[in-house]
Design a protein around this ligand. Structure first.
Ligand SMILES: [Fe+2]
Length: 193
């Protein structure tokens, strides 16, 4: 559920992340996929749109936001000067633990307040994601639930995840395989930011 939500191509951003939605251009969301990875990215506004979220804008800077996923359960989220990772650990068919780590380009003492503000914004966004994941998880148990079609334009990453997971579960194997990193991450990690 967590991975599905992550790979929905920004579908849920305007509805769920009202603050974040005022600083990214969701209409220009880009999605690139490889054999076992997906990078979603979006242009960032220099300043929030009128009436937007100044707190989020102050710590979500740069030209683009990057959201990279490596099959099956690892994400890297990068903005200018800040990067966080999400390791998704399945605990059961309806329970997941997500481990977060944060990295900042500037760890100087006078940047601590800003870095903590960045973590607070991240935690608020993640709380919003947890709420929607729990809601969808409850919905899946409903007798009225039925599967639907994925969006060709928005949900290429989600489709890739489903295909890889289906293949691994069908074969009874363990998800994994040789590293297949996005070119930007494999060749120029500095430029990826
Ligand atoms: Fe989200």
């Amino acid at each position: 559920m967590y991975v599905d939500n992550y790979l929905d191509g920004g579908y849920h951003v305007p509805h769920l992340h009202k603050g974040l939605a005022t600083v990214i251009d969701n209409t220009a969301y880009a999605i690139e996929t490889g054999e076992r990875w997906c990078v979603q990215s979006s242009p960032l506004a220099c300043a929030p749109r009128p009436g937007g979220d100044e707190v989020t804008a102050a710590v979500r800077r740069g030209e683009r936001a990057f959201y990279a996923w490596l099959y099956p359960n690892f994400m890297i989220n990068a903005y200018e000067g800040v990067l966080d990772t999400n390791l998704v650990v399945p605990l059961g068919v309806d329970r997941t633990e997500v481990i977060f780590d944060y990295y900042f380009a500037d760890g100087a003492e006078d940047s601590v307040a800003r870095n903590l503000a960045s973590i607070a914004v991240s935690e608020r966004i993640q709380d919003e994601d947890v709420a929607i994941c729990e809601s969808v998880q409850r919905g899946l148990a409903s007798r009225s639930y039925d599967s639907g079609r994925l969006s060709v334009r928005r949900e290429a990453g989600e489709h890739l995840f489903h295909r890889l997971l289906h293949a691994d579960l069908k074969d009874g194997g363990v998800p994994g395989g040789p590293p297949d990193l996005p070119p930007a991450m494999a060749t120029a990690p500095g430029e990826f930011l």
